[in-house]
Design a protein around this ligand. Structure first.
Ligand SMILES: [Zn+2]
Length: 309
């Protein structure tokens, strides 16, 4: 059995937007036939949880809507409904991370928000749920070290920036954000990245397929263990590397992404690393394909862990 955290309130009512908020609910619905998945509601994150990662001014801006430019720095129109929804999505990440320590494996049907920085949001990411979850478990004394394995299409620039003051945190970002030939779709300012001792990145050139992705994963997972065995792995299983995604310059189909997930889970299981995953990006206009990628991650988990009802 695996627990997946979801709440209908994850979807902030932001109107028509490239970010398909309803995908969270669609993934929850799509899991209904799988009796080895239990969907539970998480408790919301608290302002104290956010305060371990984000500046007081930024947290207050998202809560109150003022100053508006800061409250909308993630590029969502602010409304009073944003605050409760981001508390729930971050609560989902915390709950999944905690559950993974008990069960070895858990999921949150929310994004990881890897573009979010300490004092502002970026690229549809308000608060960095990955680091919020890691800090929450650290504060509870449940982990000392955490690694993020980020396989969203985009570089996890917010998480990398938060690593600067957190030597106990390691970020590995495997991304296809080479937008030199793809400028119309560029949404974050990150074409080249500077790695650091606890944040590394592997860029997949435009047109990369399964072989390049799996080779990068081998290097990335090895880099995580080389830094030191983490007490917990947080996995960003993005759906936006998918070949039909309007942002993706990569050549990865559903099967390739399922193979990605299988490799990640097989690595975590073999190394006995608790792992919690989040959904991350996915913008294919036919949202059912985004949902298929995310459901595929669950099926890959079942294939590796042999989950029973
Ligand atoms: Zn993305």
């Amino acid at each position: 059995m695996i627990t997946a955290y979801h709440d209908p309130g994850f979807a902030a009512p932001i109107g028509a937007h490239v970010m398909p908020m309803r995908k969270f609910q669609l993934v929850a619905d799509g899991l209904a036939g799988r009796d080895w998945v239990r969907v539970e509601r998480p408790p919301p994150a608290t302002p104290a949880d956010l305060g371990r990662v984000h500046s007081a001014a930024y947290v207050e801006a998202v809560r109150s809507g003022e100053p508006r430019a800061l409250a909308e720095s993630q590029k969502f129109p602010w409304s009073p409904a944003l605050w409760p929804s981001v508390l729930l999505t971050n609560g989902g990440a915390i709950a999944a991370a905690a559950r993974a320590l008990d069960d070895g494996l858990a999921a949150a049907l929310a994004s990881g928000f890897h573009h979010s920085h300490a004092d502002h949001g970026e690229g549809f990411c308000t608060f960095n749920g990955l680091v919020v979850a890691a800090e929450s478990l650290r504060a509870a004394g449940r982990v000392r070290t955490v690694a993020v394995l980020d396989v969203d299409l985009h570089y996890g620039n917010g998480t990398a920036s938060l690593c600067a003051t957190r030597p106990w945190l390691f970020n590995c970002s495997i991304y296809g954000n080479d937008y030199w030939q793809n400028k119309p779709y560029r949404d974050v300012e990150n074409v080249q990245h500077t790695d650091g001792p606890n944040h590394v990145s592997f860029a997949l050139p435009n047109g990369s397929g399964r072989e390049a992705l799996l080779a990068a994963l081998e290097r990335g997972t090895a880099a995580i263990l080389a830094y030191g065995r983490p007490d917990l792995v947080l996995y960003q299983a993005g759906a936006d590397p998918y070949r039909e995604d309007p942002y993706s310059p990569l050549d990865l189909d559903l099967d390739d992404l399922r193979e990605r997930d299988r490799l990640v889970f097989a690595w975590a299981r073999q190394a006995r690393l608790p792992i919690a995953w989040v959904l991350a990006g996915g913008y294919t206009p036919d949202v059912s394909k985004v949902v298929d990628v995310h459901i595929g991650t669950f099926d890959a988990a079942k294939a590796v862990y042999g989950l029973e009802p």
